[in-house]
Design a protein around this ligand. Structure first.
Ligand SMILES: [Zn+2]
Length: 118
């Protein structure tokens, strides 16, 4: 990234505590610990139902998600509520579920990696 004299939030994956939920949000509530993937999606359109949330008809991609506050559009379809923890090692592990772990899992799935197959 180019240098910035004012600083710049970065990253597209995140974990955090919900500070406020919109009126139409039902699956996430204030105080929930959530994991957010790098793409937001409604989880209701035909493409999401086929499992391709990154191509959601109403979705998009986060940028600058590693910030103090983040607005999570399509919260019901995007955020995953998880048990809250303050264990730093667990938090680091949970953050991998927002991007890199799933990228690796998807690659292994698409490559049909399995026991006895590399
Ligand atoms: Zn969708």
């Amino acid at each position: 990234m180019p240098p910035s004299s004012e600083g710049q939030p970065m990253g597209h994956e995140f974990i955090g505590i919900v500070e406020e939920a919109g009126r139409e949000v039902s699956a996430v509530a204030t105080g929930d610990f959530v994991i957010g993937p790098f793409a937001y999606s409604d989880n209701t359109c035909p493409i999401c139902r086929d499992g391709f949330h990154t191509a959601c008809l109403h979705g998009g991609f986060f940028s600058a998600a590693q910030a103090e506050l983040l607005r999570g559009p399509q919260a019901d379809g995007t955020l995953v509520v998880a048990p809250a923890t303050e264990d730093e090692e667990m938090l680091k592990s949970l953050l991998t579920l927002s991007d890199v772990f799933l990228t690796g899992h998807h690659a292994a799935h698409m490559g049909r990696v399995g026991p006895g197959r590399a």
